[in-house]
Design a protein around this ligand. Structure first.
Ligand code: COA
Length: 258
């Protein structure tokens, strides 16, 4: 496994659990061990009588480059029990408030996980991208449902078919982020909001979140499952093999024959 024990840092204080991507040298790309750690942390946080709010954060220069490509190729997610799917299930059904502070690149799941957060703060250097098509894949994390819903179809098509990055101001405009800040302030700002939430009655927070989300909960789950089936199949097909091979060999992919 391409992962050290401290690639994900977990810290709980004053009712706030902070989950930090701490693998900057690999652009905070996420291995299956890291997904497992985050999934377990969310399960614990849900049960905990102490944790009231969860915050995801990265480094001021990078949030996450998404799936660790080498790790993904070595151990593609095979079942719903795979760490990545356990993580997606945990974050998408998490009953308490979830915040994210995003600076620098947020690629693939680095962006799609944000659709399952309640409040998102971004550094003005944040660059969001969902390059699934460029990798010979299809969207995950119910992003094929939630992106068009949030951004409107045509902007979603730009983000998901072209897969090009969009910056913090554009993300603010479409409602993906709540506020844009200088990168060095984003994590502190998210912590301040988390503390504010942690001081509110948890039962009201949980019930309000449940009521806001319940209309889509079943559809989100079904979409995620259908995406997972397609994603798993496409991962074994020539386009993804070419895209991932090209990334590892540091060359441009050639899709002209597929
Ligand atoms: N998986 C595995 N390793 C990754 C990675 C990923 N998703 N993203 C970056 N890395 C590694 C690079 O291989 C490189 O490792 P090396 O120093 O051993 O060569 C290191 O992180 C630095 O990456 P680099 O590409 O040089 O940084 P950059 O600042 O030029 O670009 C990104 C940053 C995030 C834009 C770029 O790394 C990128 O596009 N990564 C791939 C994103 C992606 O396709 N994710 C998969 C989504 S399913």
């Amino acid at each position: 496994m391409n992962s050290k024990d401290n690639d994900i840092l977990i810290h709980a204080e004053s009712g706030v659990m902070t989950i930090t991507f701490n693998r900057v040298e690999k652009k905070n790309s996420i291995s299956s061990a890291m997904y497992a750690t985050m999934a377990d942390a969310l399960v614990e946080a849900e049960k905990s009588s102490v944790v009231r709010v969860v915050v995801f954060q990265g480094h001021e220069a990078v949030f996450s480059a998404g799936n660790d490509i080498g790790d993904f190729l070595n151990g593609p997610p095979a079942t719903e029990e795979s760490p990545v799917y356990r993580f997606l299930h945990a974050i998408s059904t998490f009953p308490k408030p979830v915040l994210a502070s995003v600076c620098g690149p947020a690629v693939g799941i680095g962006t799609t996980m944000l659709f399952h957060c309640d409040l998102v703060y971004a550094g003005d250097n944040a660059a969001f991208s969902m390059p699934f098509v460029n990798l010979g894949l299809c969207p995950e994390a119910a992003s094929s449902l939630l992106v068009p819903q949030m951004m409107g179809y045509h902007r979603a098509a730009e983000a998901l078919l072209l897969g090009e990055p969009f910056m913090a101001e554009a993300a603010l405009e479409v409602g993906l982020v709540n506020r844009v800040l200088p990168p060095l302030e984003a994590n502190n700002y998210a912590q301040a909001i988390a503390k504010k939430l942690a001081a509110k009655p948890l039962s009201s927070l949980v019930e309000t979140k449940r009521l806001m989300k319940k209309g889509l909960a079943t559809t989100v789950r079904a979409q995620m499952s259908e995406e997972g089936t397609s994603f798993g199949r496409m991962l074994r097909e020539p386009a993804a093999k070419e895209a991932f091979g090209a990334f590892l060999e540091k060359r441009k992919p050639d899709f002209t024959q597929m």
